[in-house]
Write a protein that binds this ligand. Structure first.
Ligand SMILES: Cc1cc2nc3c(=O)[nH]c(=O)nc-3n(C[C@H](O)[C@H](O)[C@H](O)COP(=O)(O)OP(=O)(O)OC[C@H]3O[C@@H](n4cnc5c(N)ncnc54)[C@H](O)[C@@H]3O)c2cc1C
Length: 394
């Protein structure tokens, strides 16, 4: 391979950007990560990694640091939030390892990013720069330039946009298409163990689904904390940049729910809300020496808990082609998008459909409860098999 004279520029230091840097470093490729914020940090409370995500971490040699900060819940449960009927109980723990070779774990988001940052800092191939908000990117004479809001210009051999759902890079690569506002609104909570209702099964991930809304609680990380999320399908299209919470509106969507649901809802932080957005799947992810990964290209609703999982898979596939094609970036990026776009479209589209199933009412709700509760554990594993089995990595 010819000598690398300039780094690969990675715009955005979230889970996608960090994994891209580590995957490139594993192939002995230099990169520079430009992050707009003054510090690397994750928005939100908890995050779950499915077995396919752990498969990527394992390949990158990160199983140990991530196992150290994870908790491994016993079961993934779905219950009807009105009747209490449990219609799914998917064993996680050792059983999911036996079935898919890798675990299902959950984390505090800040622990996850901190661990990625520490790993990047130890690599001689990675430079991390904060307070570097990229405002313009361009390709000139077999090089890329990234200009920041504070007036610096960074030069690279190629550029990867990992700058999330509101990606600036995307505007230069794809054009001015906006994210899709789903109409769903989420509230979150980070609750210590002693403040959770102790009679609930706190060692599981439990979803309570009901018409137009659902609530989930699960343990996160090794500090004894819990993530709570409450989502409803609003009858308005919220402004995605509006964050002020409205307790009355939230509680009105959960009226009539089981007492345990209302009990947990009381522990949600009602001061802030987020409008959930996603993207329509597309097949073109790159232009010349610029490509994108993660939420910048295929942001998804959270119903398969796989947005970050897709970002880390993108990262290793991208590094594989850059290396295998001897840094012929335009060709490597085309090969990368070809391998990735259907799998990520599956997550985007199925997440929307699962959201509808979560929030169904009337006969659709009855049908869901009746049909899904009849499935065996093996049948439930088969439903997630395409996703959880993961990708071929080399
Ligand atoms: C409610 C909810 C629950 C979820 N739960 C899960 C889950 O359990 N499991 C899972 O796998 N996924 C989950 N996801 C999805 C997951 O959070 C995202 O898919 C993942 O974080 C995307 O990572 P990213 O690096 O692509 O983007 P981001 O995390 O958005 O990171 C983008 C980074 O780029 C920076 N940036 C932005 N613009 C610029 C710029 N112009 N210049 C420089 N830097 C910039 C940002 O500051 C940020 O650090 C969930 C999502 C939601 C909304």
């Amino acid at each position: 391979m010819s000598k690398q004279k300039l780094p690969i520029i990675i715009v955005g230091g979230g889970i996608g950007g960090m994994t891209a840097a580590l995957a490139l470093a594993k192939k002995q490729l230099f990169s520079i990560v430009l992050e707009q914020a003054p510090q690397f940090r994750e928005a939100g409370v908890g995050i779950q990694f499915c077995p396919n995500t752990f498969k990527v971490l394992d390949y990158l040699g990160l199983s140990k640091p991530f196992t150290d900060i994870a908790i491994f819940p016993d079961n993934l449960c779905y219950r009807d939030g009105l009747s209490g009927l449990e219609f799914v109980r998917l064993p996680l723990g050792q059983q999911i390892v036996n079935r898919f070779n890798h675990p299902f774990g959950s984390f505090r988001r800040d622990d996850v990013l901190h661990t990625f940052v520490e790993q990047c800092r130890q690599s001689p191939f990675i430079t991390l720069i904060t307070t570097a908000k990229v405002i313009e990117v361009q390709e000139i004479d077999h090089k890329v330039l990234a200009k920041t809001a504070s007036g610096e210009t960074y030069e690279g051999e190629a550029l990867i946009g990992c700058d999330g759902i509101w990606s600036v890079v995307r505007k230069f690569v794809i054009g001015n298409d906006e994210p899709r506002v789903s109409g769903q609104i989420i509230y979150r909570g980070l609750v210590p163990h002693e403040k959770m209702p102790q009679h609930l099964d706190l060692e599981n991930i439990v979803h309570y689904v009901r018409p137009h809304a659902h609530l989930v609680h699960y343990p996160i990380g090794n500090h004894g904390d819990y993530n709570i999320s409450a989502i409803f399908q609003s009858d308005r299209m919220p402004d995605p940049h509006e964050y002020k919470g409205n307790r009355e509106e939230l509680f009105s969507w959960f009226e009539g729910s089981r007492p345990e649901v209302m009990d947990i809802l009381e522990r949600v932080d009602t001061s802030r809300m987020w409008a959930l957005c996603d993207r329509n799947p597309i097949a073109e992810w790159s232009k010349g020496r610029m490509a994108m990964l993660g939420d910048a290209i295929h942001a998804t609703l959270p119903y398969l808990t796989s947005g970050a999982g897709m970002a880390v898979e993108d990262a290793v596939v991208l590094a594989k082609y850059i290396h295998a094609m001897d840094r012929d970036y335009p060709s490597a990026f085309k090969a990368y998008q070809k391998e990735r776009y259907l799998r990520t479209a599956y997550v985007q589209l199925l997440s929307r459909a699962y959201g509808d199933v979560h929030h169904s009412s009337g006969v659709a709700r009855e049908l869901r409860n009746e049909m899904i509760s009849k499935r065996s554990v093996e049948e439930n594993y088969q439903w997630v098999s395409y996703l959880y089995s993961g990708i071929e990595i080399n």
